[in-house]
Each structure stands twice: as structure tokens, then as C-alpha cells.
Design a protein around this ligand. Sequence first.
Ligand code: FE
Length: 206
Amino acid sequence: MNAPNTAQSVPAADHQAQIAARVKAIESLMIEKGLMTTAAVDRFAEIYENEVGPQLGAKVVANAWTDPQFRERLLDNASTACAELGISGLQGEDMVAVENTDQVRHAIVCTLCSCYPWPVLGLPPNWYKEPAYRARMVREPRTVLRDEFGLDVPDSVEIRVWDTSSEMRYWVLPQRPAGTDGWSEEQLAALVTRESMIGVGDPEQP
Ligand code: FE
């Protein structure tokens, strides 16, 4: 019996190749119509491969951990606070940082597609764009965090899941690990993981 012809039945590598071919076709069309240049596409790829990534978010987090006034400004308006550190750009116009505490932890998802705060986290990981994460994270976050990310959240801690959109891009200010008193911003930033800013993990422990 033939397998049904659905996206699910296509092997992952073929599926990736199909997406890559479609992206290439769209890119060629945009260049042909003068909407974009090859140089611009190359530069864009270079920026998001080498320059913009979670190391920028980690820098913001380390700042918030060491400067209470900056932390307040970050929670008040993440886009303007990040701009103070020279961090801004596409898909970061309306960012909201939500702070983990002993009582509440936050996680982000885009149920519709893959909206994500690019200036602080770079491009989203593949799993963030998968329908399974997008659907399950809002229905059963505690189970997803435990089974998919190895993160056991005690029942006493509330989990809030934020649906990120093109209008509002949430990300998480994780808790500063214990045992880091007197650490420099650089040392602290090295503990901050991408997962901890998505809310599906914790920072590294010292
Ligand atoms: Fe989206």
C-alpha cells in the first residue's frame, strides 16, 4: 500500500530540500522583480548567521542581573532598554521581557507561525517552528517542559505561556543562578542560554 501523500510522510531531509527549493525560487523572483538584490540577501544571511544571536540577549540579561535600574527599564519597555545597549532591529520593535520568579515561570511560543524576538535571540530554532511545539506548549506546558526539555517545574510554580506575535514579541528574563555574587557581566552572560530566554530551560549553573 502506498503511503499517503502528506507532509508528514515525506522524510525530513526531503521536506527540508523542498522548503529550500521554494525559498530559492521566491528569492530569485524577488531579485528578478527588483524587490531585492543578491548582495542584500547575502548580507542579511551573514548578519543573522554571525552577528545577531542569543549572545546579545545574554548580554541584556546579565545587565538586568547586575543593574536593578536597568532591570526595571527592561521590564517596563524591552525594546527601548535593549536599544540603550545598541541592540535593536528587525522583528524587535515591540519586545516584552517577562521575568521568572520563585512563584512564576514564563515560556514563549508563536501558535500561528514562528514570531520571535530576533534582535536578542537571532533566528528561531527549528523545534520552535514545529506544529507540535506550537500546539502542545499552550495545552500542556508542564508536560512539554518535562518530556521535551528535561525541565521539571514543581506544581507549586505557575507556568505562564506567552503567545508571541508580529505585534508583540515576548522573551524571558531568567532568574540569576545562586552562587554568582560578585560575578562580572561577562561571566554572568556566559551562563545565559538561548533556551533560558525562550523559557524552556534554565541558565547554566556556576
Ligand atoms: Fe509567528
